[in-house]
Design a protein. Structure first.
Length: 89
C-alpha cells in the first residue's frame, strides 16, 4: 500500500496558483490569488519574504537564469519583474 509521506509541509491560509523553484535549487516562489509572491528557502521551507504588485491572481512565475530576478504574470494583464538579492550559498 502506498503511503503519502511528504518531505516537508507549509500550512498557509492562502490560495496559490503557481510555484517555481529557483535554478540553483535554494529557493522557491509561489504566486497567490491576491497578487502576492511568497518566497521560501529550501530545504527547510524558511519564509524569506513576499512582494505585492498585482491586483489579481498570479498565473505564472519564472526565475531569471542567474536567479537574481523573478518574472510574474497576472490575470490583471500585467507582467512584473522583481529583483531578488539574496546571498547565494
Amino acid at each position: 500500500m502506498y503511503e503519502n509521506d511528504p518531505v516537508g509541509e507549509i500550512n498557509l491560509n492562502e490560495n496559490f496558483h503557481c510555484i517555481k523553484i529557483s535554478n540553483n535549487g535554494f529557493y522557491f516562489a509561489m504566486g497567490s490569488e491576491n497578487g502576492e509572491i511568497w518566497i521560501f528557502k529550501l530545504p527547510d521551507f524558511v519564509f524569506v519574504g513576499k512582494s505585492i504588485g498585482h491586483s489579481k491572481e498570479i498565473k505564472s512565475l519564472n526565475w531569471s537564469p542567474d536567479d537574481k530576478q523573478i518574472v510574474s504574470v497576472s490575470s490583471d494583464s500585467s507582467i512584473c519583474v522583481w529583483n531578488f538579492y539574496k546571498i547565494f550559498e
